[in-house]
Design a protein around this ligand. Structure first.
Ligand SMILES: [Zn+2]
Ligand SMILES: [Zn+2]
Length: 79
């Protein structure tokens, strides 16, 4: 008779990280129905194919992001 045999190893809090859900920004939690709003650029848009990162949360290294747009616009303003 097995004494201490466990069918499955216990998951001791490792790998409990939640998978980002498509359609919900993993940073701010916005959705298509509740998008972030920027007075200059309007509601946010998705910058990744899986719809887990919105333009307002993405960094300037992402060319689709709001930050990148802002950067471009500020550079164009130099005249
Ligand atoms: Zn966001
Ligand atoms: Zn957003």
């Amino acid at each position: 008779m097995p004494m201490n045999e466990k069918a499955k190893p216990q998951n001791c809090g490792v790998g409990t990280e939640q998978e980002p859900e498509a359609g919900i920004c993993k940073v701010c939690g916005c959705t298509d129905n509740h998008a972030c709003y920027d007075p200059d650029y309007g509601p946010c848009w998705w910058v990744d194919e899986t719809y887990t990162l919105c333009s307002h949360c993405a960094g300037p290294e992402d060319p689709e992001s709001l930050a990148a747009l802002r950067l471009m616009d500020s550079e164009n303003e130099e005249d």
